[in-house]
Design a protein around this ligand. Structure first.
Ligand code: 6PG
Length: 239
């Protein structure tokens, strides 16, 4: 867990580390939706980044999507494309948005085929970005959703809280990943972050994400305010 002033800077530093560790090998990344990663997308689309990042190494997917076209304001792909992907030389063949032109169930089947074509029958992401909602959802895995228990790679669950179908990868995929990172920022995430860490039996969707390598959490101080704090001695060598 990292508690920082600026989650975006920390997230980008972690991403750079993952790319460097790959030593030139392709890095498959699942992006999250929502508002928290938007600043990261904007920073990645900035001119100084355009020249420095090894775009040819990145292969992008989305952990979830809304059943809307890319130019719809709710589109997670659209949000990344507008702020970042339209501004960098990342080849289109390395960008895999959900096929939202299809009906949701067909889109989920098609995306599962996309994952297995790109990464094999047990698709392993190098890096998965996830957020957390106030009731503990992550990606489009909401409390009580059947998508939490399916053995499929993808799902198109109806989400009563949003009165819409959503498209989402499932815990099976997320839990195959080499590195899962949750980003949470702001006072409105304090309670759910506290519950995620202090109520192991709460059956929160974020708690279904249990890859072999424990997920990282990058939090700002407001989101981490409900977590136990430990004194940090002033002197580097506590007496
Ligand atoms: C989505 C996201 C969703 C998001 C959380 C947190 O499609 O909405 O995938 O899981 O990560 O709802 O959203 P914020 O970052 O806006 O708080």
């Amino acid at each position: 867990m990292l508690v920082v002033d600026d989650v975006t800077t920390a997230a980008l530093a972690l991403w750079v580390g993952v790319v460097r560790q790959a030593g030139g090998r392709r890095v498959s990344v699942a992006l999250s939706g929502g508002s928290t990663p938007l600043e990261m997308f904007s920073r990645l689309g900035a001119p100084d980044m355009v020249r420095q990042w090894p775009w040819e190494q990145l292969v992008l997917f989305w952990g979830d999507e809304r059943p809307v076209p890319p130019d719809h304001p709710d589109s997670n792909y659209g949000a990344a494309r507008e702020r970042w992907l339209d501004r960098v030389p990342l080849p289109a063949r390395q960008i895999h948005p959900w096929p939202t032109e299809l009906a949701p169930e067909a889109a989920a089947r098609q995306y599962a085929a996309t994952l297995t074509a790109a990464m094999g029958p047990e698709p392993v992401f190098d890096l998965v970005w996830l957020g957390v909602g106030p009731e503990g959802h992550t990606a489009s895995l909401f409390p009580g959703s059947p998508a939490l228990w399916t053995t499929a790679l993808t799902a198109a669950p109806y989400v009563a809280a949003k009165d819409t179908v959503r498209l989402t990868l499932t815990p099976r995929v997320f839990n195959l990943s080499r590195r899962v990172v949750f980003l949470a920022r702001g006072e409105d995430k304090r309670e759910i972050v506290q519950r995620a860490f202090s109520e192991p039996d709460a059956e929160l969707p974020v708690q279904a994400i249990q890859p072999a390598a424990d997920p990282w959490w990058i939090l700002d101080r407001a989101a981490a305010a409900g977590l136990p704090t430990f004194p940090v001695s002033e002197s580097p060598h506590p007496r």
